[in-house]
Ligand binder design. Sequence first.
Ligand code: FAD
Length: 366
Amino acid sequence: ALYSYFRDIKGAEGKQRGHITIESSPKGWFWFIPMEGSKLGDVSVGLVTGQEFTDQIKTKGAEAFYEEALSLAPNITALIGTKAQRAQPVGIVKDWAYTCEKAAGPGYYLAGDAAAFLDPLLSTGVSLGMLAGYSASVCIHTALVDKSMEHQSTEFYANNYREMYEVTRDFLHYFYAGNASAHPNEIFWNARRMLNFDENIGAKQAFSFFVNTIPGNPHPAVKKQIPLFQQFMNNLDHSVNDIDSPKSELVDKQMRLADSLNGDDIPVINGRLETSWQFDKDKHFLEQIRGVTFDRNRPVFSSTSSWLLGRNIATLNDDAWRLLNLIDGKKTWQTIVAEYRACYEESEVGDRSDASKTVVPLLSEK
Ligand SMILES: Cc1cc2nc3c(=O)[nH]c(=O)nc-3n(C[C@H](O)[C@H](O)[C@H](O)COP(=O)(O)OP(=O)(O)OC[C@H]3O[C@@H](n4cnc5c(N)ncnc54)[C@H](O)[C@@H]3O)c2cc1C
């Protein structure tokens, strides 16, 4: 990336004044990050470009390369305005994309840039660093107080980090591949046309990540997000039909509400039953939860922060957990309900009539 700072900029009007803008241009993409009040300048403007331009940057010089590229980014040039002054020389950072094999293990936790850095596209470096620091502190505190939790705390943290990294990476692949059509003859974008549109799952996950659904409560968002996703996909060069993959077993199945199931329907869980952990903020401790997660073959509705905070699960109460554990993809709904009632009658706890309401958004018809 080649970056610099400007003073006395025009900027955006009203509420948008503090917003980050990104703009694709022939040699990469620009970030425009307002930072009024900073000693460095009013705005940070950086160009993310590729190694394929190393020779050009050396020959022309970083300043000339940066200025020339900026002149081909009309939106950001307009935001900078004609009266702005450059406040700093052009700086260069390179070779920044890296990750670690595992973000935590015996005797260590990695957070922020020490763990991984992918791409500045989402301007998430600082918030990721802070969230990871918080997450690591809860895991370490848990292991210090309860020695038997050491391994589980470490695995919880390392797995969340990996999931977060992979979802972000998929989003980035999608961003770069999706923008290739805007600059069809430019080497930067063509070199990054790497998404295989037959394997659309990563794209779905990436989009889901992008729209940043409600952390900790993924299922109710499905109805809202699917039409948004379809609308987005319909506006791409490839229609949804072109790219829909026949590989996923559940791809053609419709969501059905549990209370509309007939007795001889065979329901399946729209995800996977799992136990996981969440943060007890007051005790600064990991607390066990159980619920439904989407499996890897389905869209993941989750945000970066939700991975690091361990909220990638729709939690279930005891009723729903008991009911969903009876669903095995073979039993009919009436058998499941009968078994559920029988186990209730044995244990005599709770109000069984609430259970089907709890699981309503979690079922599909097989
Ligand atoms: C040009 C550029 C623009 C960016 N823009 C944004 C942005 O707009 N938004 C955003 O969120 N992120 C941005 N980032 C990324 C962000 O700066 C980093 O992701 C973030 O600072 C990482 O925080 P960290 O605490 O992990 O590491 P750092 O911020 O690097 O902190 C590590 C600290 O440890 C110190 N240190 C190193 N070794 C030792 C040692 N042996 N002993 C003691 N101290 C030591 C270092 O001096 C440093 O202060 C940008 C990065 C670059 C390069």
